[in-house]
Ligand binder design. Sequence first.
Ligand code: ADP
Length: 415
Amino acid sequence: MNILVLNCGSSSLKFQIIQTDLERIEKDDDRQLAKGLVERIGSQSLVTFQVTGKPVEKHAAPLRDHRAALDHVIRWIIDPETQISGIQSLSDIHAIGHRVVHGAERFTKSVIIDDSVIRGVQDCIDLAPLHNPANLKGIAAARELLGIGVAQVAVFDTSFHSSMPETSFLYAIPYQLYRRHKIRRYGFHGTSHRYVAFRYRQLAGKTREETNIITVHLGNGCSACAIRGGASFDTSMGLSPLEGLVMGTRGGDLDPAVLELLHHKEGMSMADIDNMLNKQSGLLGISGLTNDMRDLLEEAREHQDRRAILAINIFAQRAKKYIGAYLAEMNGADAIVFTGGIGENSSVIRQRICAGLDWLGIAIDDQLNSQMSGGKEGEISAKDSRVKVYVIPTNEELLIARDTVRCVLNSPRRF
Ligand code: ADP
C-alpha cells in the first residue's frame, strides 16, 4: 500500500509517501518514496519536495490555506514528470495517516477517521488550541481532495502515554478539576518514544515486557519518557507540550507564580505570557541568540558566549535531572535512548547529559559517542556500563504509515 503521511502545523504541512504492508512491516522493508514540506501557508509559501534518491526541489507558491497546500502537494505527486515509483494517479494513494497532537483520554490508540472521530478531535481543541485545529484542517482538506473512499487514520501524539498511572498523570491540584475539565498530564511525542522503544527492542533482542528504558527526545521540542514493561510510565510533557525539559523556544518546568508576577510587573496578558512561554523561552530565551542548538554550540565554542554556554548547561542539567528522576521511579532501567535532532546528532550534548552518572552505572564510550550522528543507530555506552546508552534516529512517519496499514486492514469497513 502507498500511504500518504501528513503532519499539519498551524502554517505548515509536512508529508511523506511510504510504501508498506503487513509483509513489509514484518521484514522491516517499508520504503519511503517521497517527502516534502510546505512552510508559511497563508502567504508566499516555501515548498520543498523530494522524490527519494533524487535531488531536492524548492520553489515558492502563493498557498492561502491547508487545502491549497495539499492540492499543490497532490498535483506534484501525480505529475507525470515527478515519477514517484508506482504512483501515476490519485488512485495509487491507498490511505492517509495523519499526525494528530491531542487525543486526550478518548483516543488511546490510532483510529480510522470518521465523523465521530472528527468531533472527538474537535472536543480536544481546548487542550491543544495551537495544534488540533491545524490537524483538523489537514483531515478536512484530505477528505475533500481524495474523497471519503480513501481511508484516513489518526495517529495521536498522546496515545502512547495513555498507559501512565494516575500517580504519574495527576497534578496535585483539587481532584475535582481533573473530574470537571480533565486537567491532567497527557504527554506528547508519543509516536517518537514508541518508535525508538520498538527499535531498541529489535536492537537489544528484548520483548516488549522486558523493555525498561528511558527515551530522551531532544529536538526543537524535547521530552523524556520512562518506559516500563514496554509502556509509558511517566513522561516530562504534561497537559501541553510546555512542561518538562528545556526546549528550543519553550522553557519547560516553571513555578506557576511566575505568571502572576509577570502579569503584575510587566502588564502581560495571558496571551502575551502564553506567547512568551511557547515562542520566546528555552534556549532562545536564555541565550538571547537562537533556538538552534547547533548555532549555540558554535557560539559557545568559537566565541565563548556566556549566555550560549549557560543555555547549553541548563538544557543538559534539566535532561540529566529527568533521567535521574525516572531511574528512581522505575527502580533503574536497562538503557537510555537518545533521539531527535539534538539527541541523534550532538555527541557533546549526550556527553554532557551523561557525565558524572557513572555512580548510577551509566558510562559513555567517547569514541563510539563521537561517531554517532547523521542518522546512525547503535550503542554508545562503555563496555562496563550497567545501563546501556543508545542513539536511535526517530521515524514518526514510518510508525504513522504502519499504524495506518494496520487500522485499514483491521477495519470492518472496506475502502
Ligand atoms: P523538530 O523537533 O522540529 O523535528 P529536530 O528533531 O530536527 O526538530 O531537531 C532540531 C534541533 O536539532 C535544532 O536545535 C538543531 O540545531 C539540532 N541539531 C541538528 N543537528 C545537530 C548537530 N549536529 N549538533 C547539534 N544540534 C543539532
